[in-house]
Structures are given as structure tokens and as C-alpha cells.
Design a protein around this ligand. Sequence first.
Ligand SMILES: Cc1cc2nc3c(=O)[nH]c(=O)nc-3n(C[C@H](O)[C@H](O)[C@H](O)COP(=O)(O)OP(=O)(O)OC[C@H]3O[C@@H](n4cnc5c(N)ncnc54)[C@H](O)[C@@H]3O)c2cc1C
Length: 422
Amino acid sequence: MKAYDIVVIGGGPAGLAAAVSARKSGVKDILVLERDKELGGILNQCIHNGFGLHTFKEELTGPEYAYRFMEQLYEEKIPYKLNTMVMDISKDKIVTAMNREDGVFQIKAKAIILAMGCRERPKGALNIPGYRPAGIYSAGTAQRLVNIEGYMPGKEIVILGSGDIGLIMARRMTLEGAKVKVVAELMPYSGGLKRNIVQCLDDFNIPLKLSHTVVDIEGKERVEAVTIAKVDKTGKPIKGTEERYTCDTLLLSCGLIPENELSRNAGVEMNLVTNGPKVNESLETNIEGIFACGNVLHVHDLVDYVSEEAKKAGESAAKYVKDEQVESDESKTIEIVATDGVRYTVPSTLNVDRMEDMLTVRFRVGAVYKGKYVSVYLDGERIMHNKKKIMAPGEMEQVILIKNKLKEQDNLKTITVKIEEN
Ligand SMILES: Cc1cc2nc3c(=O)[nH]c(=O)nc-3n(C[C@H](O)[C@H](O)[C@H](O)COP(=O)(O)OP(=O)(O)OC[C@H]3O[C@@H](n4cnc5c(N)ncnc54)[C@H](O)[C@@H]3O)c2cc1C
């Protein structure tokens, strides 16, 4: 069996940045495994601009952004295998994968970085009544058809869900000559970034109907019409509010789910809110030497944060391989509690001795909050209280914890992140 110091699973932006940073941190023996026929991950189909504003201070397209990291991988001469599907990872870090050249093969890794990204929530999970004719696509599939394969999924479109992919596809389909009639969103707020609502819907006069869902799909061979209705607070359609749209295509943009079958099978402990692994300050899971970053850890809105997080995962994996990690001591583990409007935090635990001088804790809120405060408590003491103009579930938030401040607190057990009125 071949052995590598670090095996990175997934060659998207997270996997690329993690591999490059592990190499820059002094690890020679790294292998990236990617199931697709090219590196770059989901960014290859995101041909719109808006990527890299934080990292490169430039507006790049998805493929351009991914290529910046691919170039670094090539410069560092980090080996990678394409068309290679990882099928299993074990607790003792044996990776089982397959491709056409090698067949099924196994690799013993000292450390593994999980960077498998996420997938779209399928329509089967959505309980929409009506027929299931041709013309129903997930927004990401439609994006791939239009931007990579060169096919138009339809001419008259209704979109269910206002996540970023749905918003971006509303604009894309319009630019390609289709008529997007409406975007219906079950929640009373959009799941996407504010900038995407403005640039992808408002600029093209596409109506966004909040608190609405699809109640009927018509058509036997092909979609012929879709009916949407307003929902009450419990998400139930309200009788008499139905609106029927004739159309040939329904796009579904109803959330993303981290690709965590491999992680689960390996015994990695999951965060039930993110559906990604629970990680500590080093982005290490409960299994020593297995790290996670990018959309497989939690769904990100901006790829810049994915790259930043992946860099950290690469550095942590390098420390582990080089035996430079501070010994783990369970009794020194501090829990980061997400409560009062904060749905989760990444990481969810930390050890002050192991953390860098500053630690970025990312989180999402569960509703829209205007003029409220993000507060951080060390046990009972409030150490941060920042007023935010607006916070929404579609936009990731962060707080930065300072090591010296945490060290001042004797016997610290929990750090709480919450939303407060004043
Ligand atoms: C439609 C859309 C629009 C977006 N728009 C923007 C934007 O405007 N600006 C912005 O900053 N961000 C945007 N993002 C977000 C950004 O693209 C993602 O956050 C980022 O691509 C996530 O990187 P990742 O490496 O974690 O995942 P991915 O890019 O999904 O990469 C994961 C890789 O792992 C591989 N993989 C999975 N399982 C296996 C396996 N078992 N074996 C081998 N390989 C495997 C996959 O093939 C894939 O290549 C957008 C995302 C989407 C989907």
C-alpha cells in the first residue's frame, strides 16, 4: 500500500488551498484526489464575476479564481489524481479510491484533509405536489448545462428557492434569452446574499415572492405550469393565494448539503446544524489527523473565506504530520456555545494553548436581525458587544477571539456567541 503524509480529498478551491498551504508549511509528500475530470470544483461552472474581492482585491470569475490556486499547485509540483473517486476512509486513515488506470487502490495517510464540498438538496426531499414531468432541474444542474455543456434547460422559468445559485441562475437564464417569471421563497427572507438579490433579480425586474412555495406542478411530458401560494407562519399554503404561472421549466434552489458520507463512515462526529464535521480551533475533527475545510465543513457564501479556512486546515495538518501540534488535553477543551439566534459556530471547541494569537469563529444567524448586537461571553463575562446594522441567514458572520484575552480568564469552560437586543 502506498503511503503519503497528507491526502487531500477534493480538488475544489478548499482542497487546492489546503494542499498548497500544507506544502508551504513544509510537508513534501501530499496527494490530491479529485473525482471530476478537472481541478477547480464547483467554481468551474460559476462563470459570473464577483469572486476574489477579499483575497485578490479583484473581481474574478469562478474559473479564474480557481486557476490562481491551480497555478500554485502546479508551481509547488503537488501531485494530484483526476477522475478518482474516494469511496472510503477509515479511522486509521486508510483511503480507498478508484479510477480507470489504477482500479481500486488504497493509500495510508498520516493526515487527511476533507474538502469534498457540498451538493444541492434534491427535489425528492421537498414534498411538492403535482406531476414530475421533464423540465424540473436543480439550479446547479441548470448552471452546468448552460455554462459548461452549452444547453438551455428551457424558455419560461419559475424558480423555487432564493439561495445564491437560484438567484444567479435567474440572471443567467435571462441573459441567455429565457423569461424568468418569478422566484418563490418559502422563508420570509432570502437565503442568498443581498448583493445577489440586487444584481440578479432587481436589476432584471424579476419578482421575488417571500413566504411562498410551489403547490402544484402541471404537465405530463414536460412542465406546463407551476402554481405557487403564500404560506403562513408554519409554512402551510394559505388557500385563495394561489398564482399560476405557465412555464416549461422549474428550477429548484433549496439549499446545499455538505458531502459527508465519507466523513460519517469514518466515525467523524457531525454537527447536526451544519451537517458537517465538528471541528476544533485547528479544524481537526474528533479523529486525530483528520481535518476539514470548505463547503464540506459548513456551506460558505464567499469562496475567499473557503480559501482562508483551507489555508488554516493545511497548516494544521502540516503541524500534525511534523509532530509540532501541542499535545491535546481534553480537560483544556473549551466549548463554543451558539445560542439566542446564532445557529452554529465553526469551530465549536478550542484549546487556548493550541490556538494562534487570533482565531476567527464563523457563524450564521437563524433569522433577519436589524440593529442588534453580536455578543461574546467568556463563561459569565461579556467581552464583546458589537452592533450590526443587519444580519441575515444568507450571510456568514464572524467574531475574532484573542488568545491573550482568553488566557486572562482562569478555568474558562465555555465561550458563548449570541445575539442581544442591546
Ligand atoms: C452557483 C454558485 C455560485 C457561487 N457564487 C459565488 C460568488 O459569486 N462569489 C463567491 O465568493 N463564492 C461563490 N460561491 C461559493 C463558492 O463557489 C464555494 O463556496 C466554493 O466553491 C466551495 O469550495 P469547496 O472546495 O469547499 O467545494 P467544491 O468547489 O464543491 O469542491 C469540492 C470538490 O471535491 C470533489 N469531491 C467530492 N467528493 C469526492 C470524492 N468522494 N472523491 C474525490 N473527489 C470528491 C468534487 O468533485 C469537487 O471538485 C458560489 C457557489 C455556487 C455553488
